[in-house]
Design a binder for this molecule. Structure first.
Ligand code: ATP
Ligand code: MG
Length: 448
């Protein structure tokens, strides 16, 4: 993409309404524009990041055997009256009437809708286990929408629902979600720690939240430091080897890790003092097992192997796709701007032409742009006539992992500069070398 043909409305000033860094940077980079309180338009750069995150979420869901679909945003009130949540959910639910004065709502979550789909189509244990999910806009009329996309009223969420014959199988499904969530966040360059949590309006008896440490986070968490050094590894996982998956979950749930709602100061004291951490954190996902809370009132039953009709066991699982854009920036930035982890970066590299009047510079830039482009690598080419200083500042602000800098001095020696945004490390290299380095880094990323 050539910058001269793109839409990247960079703001010079830090917008007054934004008081955390991710919100400020998203506005300054022209990623989003607020439409009204807690509702945002995603401008081209922000939209690209949102889609990158969404793709990773899909990919890891599908690896775990979950099936993508799409449900509408508008739901009929009757379904929520069946589960009893129409009255319980309170003012956060946006209620809508149509011209016939029928009651609808803009979905804050989809347990009722999916249970209705399930009961209309499944009646035997033979169709289980089943996990369906979608990624769709949600609306919650938050009392205090703030921090930009981190606490919006309209937000983009992955929500998945598992259907199982009994508690044991539903816990296997819970565990698959647990592990796939760890891998999902890890792929975005985030360290998300699973913590024992309360269930809130979703209900149920078993829940974990996944939290990213950040001093701007709204949650307070207490955990054992050893969790910071743990990950699920990179190797292939068979999500249906239930004992193996359970072992991974156990290893992550053995060390103390709780949100303020479930925190127990006395148990926490059993963790050696040097490993006790209290921190602020951002919730990026949550998983629930709630048994038959929806299937019983909504009559979602299956026939079990003994021929009896039993209510199906369910859980639900959410990832804040739009919130993640902010959370990743909170976790990865410096005083000059964003530092995108490669897998979610809107473009893989930026190309800066330091002298747009110099024939040689133009020729070299075109060559880099074409060659990398034909390999499928997305490049943002700053071909504008701005001053070099302004171009550098803009590239640093939008935080693409790699910067390729083409200037007359280097070009005269047959060289261009390659800068790694996160460390600032810069090397002057022959053009072919730069193309090779970028291509190799990109291949390594795609292989993941
Ligand atoms: P919170 O405690 O932050 O209000 P929640 O626990 O009510 O969130 P869930 O029902 O668990 O939210 O929704 C799943 C995920 O959706 C959350 O983990 C979070 O990442 C995201 N999410 C929830 N509310 C919002 C919001 N208002 N804006 C952006 N993302 C949100
Ligand atoms: Mg939650």
């Amino acid at each position: 993409m050539k910058l001269s043909q793109y839409f990247l409305p960079i703001l010079k000033e830090v917008p007054a309404e934004a008081n955390i860094i991710s919100h400020q940077l998203m506005l300054r980079c022209g990623m989003i524009k607020q439409t009204t309180a807690g509702i945002y338009s995603w401008l081209p750069l922000g939209f690209k990041v949102l889609k990158k995150i969404e793709e990773i979420v899909h990919d890891e869901q599908i690896k775990a055997g979950h099936i993508p679909m799409l449900m509408p945003t508008i739901q009929p009130a009757e379904l929520w009256q069946e589960s009893g949540r129409y009255d319980d959910y309170g003012k956060e639910m946006l209620r809508i009437n149509d011209r016939q004065d029928r009651n609808y709502l803009y979905g804050p979550t989809n347990e009722e809708l999916i249970t209705d789909i399930f009961r209309s189509n499944v009646s035997s244990y033979k169709d289980l286990p089943l996990t369906l999910y979608h990624i769709q806009w949600k609306f919650r009329d938050e009392l205090r929408p703030r921090f930009g996309v981190m606490r919006g009223r309209e937000f983009y969420m992955k929500d998945g629902y598992n259907f199982d014959l009994n508690e044991k199988e539903a816990i296997d499904a819970y565990n698959r979600h647990f592990v796939s969530y760890l891998r999902t966040f890890n792929r975005m360059g985030l360290k998300a720690i699973p913590m024992k949590a309360e269930t809130g309006p979703i209900g149920g008896n078993y829940s974990h939240e996944f939290l990213v440490l950040a001093n701007t986070g709204e949650s307070t968490v207490y955990f054992d430091k050893t969790l910071l050094d743990m990950d699920t590894g990179q190797g292939k996982l068979d999500y249906y080897q239930n004992t193996d998956i359970k072992k991974v979950v156990e290893s992550f749930t053995t060390p103390y890790a709780r949100t303020e709602d479930t925190h127990d100061a006395n148990i926490f004291l059993e963790v050696p003092e040097e490993r006790r951490i209290e921190s602020k954190a951002i919730e990026v996902g949550q998983i629930f097992y709630f048994g038959t809370k929806y299937s019983e009132p909504m009559n979602a039953y299956v026939v079990n192997p003994d021929g009896q009709r039993v209510p199906v066991h369910m859980g639900s699982h959410g990832i804040g796709v739009s919130r993640l854009v902010g959370a990743i920036i909170e976790a990865s930035h410096d005083e000059r701007g964003i530092i995108w982890p490669e897998p979610v970066s809107p473009f893989f590299a930026g190309l800066i032409n330091l002298n747009h009047r110099d024939e040689e510079c133009l020729r070299v830039c075109d060559k880099v742009y074409e060659e990398l482009g034909t390999n499928g690598i997305e490049i943002l080419y700053d071909d504008t006539n701005e001053r070099p200083g302004a171009k550098f500042a803009k590239m640093d602000l939008i935080g693409l992992p790699w910067q390729i800098v083409v200037g007359p001095k280097g070009v005269a020696e047959g060289k261009i500069e390659l800068v790694y945004r996160s460390t600032g490390e810069a090397t002057l290299l022959p053009l072919e070398e730069v193309i090779k380095k970028i291509s190799t880094a990109y291949k390594a990323l795609v292989k993941d």
